[in-house]
Design a protein around this ligand. Structure first.
Ligand code: PEP
Length: 250
């Protein structure tokens, strides 16, 4: 049985005052039946960990470098994220792939070092609208999956987030059938590569314009083990409603 995961990605949003949202969220979910994760900007990881201590909320980073230290101005390593008290990290988000030209090989190296450091690693995959319209969704996500996920993956250290690029921050969401098709495909690929034990234990999140209004339907789709949520994770009331929908689907 895979434990569901509601993950919030604050992206480049939030200052110290935003940590009040975390406090409110923690109060609303004192004993969750799913895992709850907030990935604030790097500047807030340390203080978010403090605010979330003695609560059920996990804290994560939004990216890490493929090296643990060195001359990489502005970057942050997996070791630093762990040292700040976080337990998860996102790698390969489409905004990183686009804005920083990250390729599968680089994402895989980041995921590998994150796993070696003991962070649960969320690897993001997803097609562009052009790729979907050209019926290339499975080819693209399959290629990203094999290229970005290291051999060291297990059900404990890996989470996959399927995030169609055209659905991120746009209010556009694939049909439930389209979401199900890709999640089933990812599950089959994971089982083929890692064997049924590991393949069935890796959680697969859906991400892309999840909100309190559409969450329940998405969580009913087989092989959807939770969500990676951007905009709707910034307000505790919205994210809380998504968590409630997730827990109702268990
Ligand atoms: C994301 O950035 O991972 C995301 C899914 O964003 P949004 O929920 O705002 O579409």
């Amino acid at each position: 049985m895979r434990r569901k995961l509601a993950a919030g990605n604050w992206k480049m949003n939030g200052t110290g005052a935003s940590l009040d949202e975390l406090t409110t969220l923690a109060r609303a979910h004192p004993t969750p039946t799913s895992d709850i994760l907030i990935c604030p900007p790097a500047t807030l990881i340390h203080s978010a960990v403090k605010v979330a201590s003695d609560t059920a909320i996990h804290i994560g980073g939004q990216d890490c470098h493929a090296d643990q230290k060195g001359a990489h101005t502005g970057d942050i390593s997996a070791e630093m994220i762990k040292d700040a008290g976080a337990t998860y990290v996102i790698v390969g988000h489409s905004e990183r792939r686009q804005d920083h030209n990250e390729q599968n090989e680089n994402v895989r190296a980041k995921a590998r070092i994150a796993m070696d450091t003991g962070l649960t690693t969320i690897v993001c995959l997803g097609e562009s609208l052009t790729e979907r319209e050209a019926a290339n969704t499975l080819d693209i996500t399959g290629g990203q999956l094999s290229g970005s996920v290291p051999d060291a993956a297990t059900g404990h250290n890996l989470v996959i987030a399927y995030e169609p690029i055209w659905a991120i921050g746009t209010g556009m969401v694939p049909s439930l059938g389209q979401i199900g098709e890709v999640h089933d495909f990812i599950r089959a690929r994971l089982e083929r590569r890692f064997g049924p034990g590991v393949g069935r234990s890796v959680r697969i999140l859906y991400g892309g314009s999840v909100n309190p209004g559409n969450a329940a339907d998405i969580f009913d789709v087989p092989n959807v083990d939770g969500a990676l949520v951007g905009g709707a994770s910034l307000k505790s009331a919205d994210f809380s409603a998504i968590i409630t929908a997730l827990e109702a689907s268990i």
